[in-house]
Design a protein around this ligand. Structure first.
Ligand code: UDP
Length: 365
């Protein structure tokens, strides 16, 4: 049986591994010069482990995914803490009791804060968009300080055009818990993600072809294809391009500690970048003389850029439906992952879905 997997990110690598362990040979085609997709990490000349495509912190509530991943490398518990600079001051994110008390100059207890924020709520009415949701959950002051500017920069459109689901990724807390994620498992691989991928793909039945761009025509001879590239690329973009945001990173090297934290969001709209990441803070067990910073700029993704965030505005959803309909009529191909299904997915969800896809495929044999 001839199996091709397109893309060596988490979705493709996990599927390849599962099939190989079931005794099936798999060929992986990866257009980039490295494995790991956007989770790729590498050592900078300063020694710092950098995440070339932006910060990735593993977090999950799915024990099955966690136990699976731990087979392929060592993870160190890591609680991601994010700070935000807004209107010239620094606050902890996600919004928590400390943020609220700092913004309003209060010393609210949890209950008082909850009552106060409820009193600030602007009812959503018929609206379902991100702005309406933000103003209803947080009130005008918090929404405008932390979400209006950042979201406009990140997505390139007014928050009123975006779905509320983007903001629903973030909790609002009425205690002093300043961890960015709420999941019980939060960790980072001791030596970065790349060695995890090397282990995942280290199987005698897996062959990886790097720098190899393929398309639906060049894969015709395979019995089955797992496609983790952009869904519309499989169809040669015949109905038009699904839109994404891409990121540009500007690297800086400094001495000492640059910002005191792994990530500093920039919530003001007149600061052109969305956040700065200081990678040394992801590996507190390592010591480096210098520190590497990435300034992160978001913009529309055009041909040959790396796609990051599916935009999914109304027009994109209409286009997506056309591609999904076309996908239903394809045989011998499974569309998986963030790009293959055009969804905003965290790593754990990609891994869980890849495990399911592989298991289901194996039952059909
Ligand atoms: N967001 C924001 N201000 C912030 C952080 C997040 O407005 O300081 C909004 C923004 O629209 C972002 C969304 O919340 O796209 C989800 O944030 P998350 O941190 O999950 O984004 P990611 O890390 O996936 O880029």
């Amino acid at each position: 049986m001839n199996i091709a997997v397109v893309g060596a990110g988490f979705s493709g690598s996990v599927i390849a591994r599962q099939l190989a362990e079931a005794g099936i040979a798999v060929e992986i085609f990866e257009s980039r010069e490295h494995i790991g997709g956007n989770c790729f990490t590498e050592r900078h000349v300063t020694g710092t482990n950098v995440h070339r495509y932006g910060p990735h912190i593993f977090h999950t509530g799915d024990l099955r995914v966690w136990e699976y991943l731990c087979r392929f490398g060592e993870f160190v518990p890591f609680q991601f803490r994010v700070f935000a600079t807004a209107a010239g001051r620094v606050y902890p994110l996600p919004i928590n009791l400390l943020t609220i008390n700092q913004v309003f100059g209060t010393s609210f207890t949890p209950r008082e804060a909850q009552e106060f924020i409820a009193s600030q709520s602007v009812p959503m009415g018929e609206r379902t968009d991100l702005e309406a949701y933000g103003r209803s959950v947080l009130g005008d002051v918090l929404y405008e300080r932390f979400f209006e500017g950042y979201t406009t920069k990140q997505w390139g459109v007014a928050p009123s055009e975006l779905p509320a689901s983007i903001l629903q990724r973030l909790p609002v807390r009425f205690d002093y818990d300043t961890a960015y994620y709420s999941h019980p498992i939060q960790a980072i691989p001791r030596d970065g993600y790349t060695p995890i991928f090397e282990q995942l793909l280290d199987h005698r039945l897996i062959t990886v072809h790097l720098n190899t761009k393929v398309d639906s025509d060049s894969l015709r001879s395979y019995d089955h294809i797992f496609w983790t590239g952009p869904l519309d690329a499989w169809f040669g973009h015949s109905f038009g391009r699904l839109r994404y945001r891409t990121l540009d990173f500007v690297e800086e090297v400094h001495n000492g500690d640059f910002q005191g934290s792994a990530t500093m969001n920039q919530c003001d709209v007149d600061v052109p970048f969305t956040r700065t990441t200081e990678f040394n803070h992801f590996t507190p067990w390592e010591t480096h003389e210098q520190t590497v910073i990435y300034l992160e700029f978001s913009r529309e993704c055009v041909e040959d850029d790396t796609p990051y965030y599916p935009l999914r505005l109304n027009d994109d959803s209409v286009l997506l439906d056309r591609y999904l309909e076309a996908a239903k009529h394809e045989t011998g191909v499974t569309f998986v992952g963030r790009l293959g299904t055009y969804r905003y997915l965290d790593m754990d969800v990609c891994i869980g879905e890849a495990l399911d896809v592989a298991a289901e495929f194996l039952t059909t044999l």
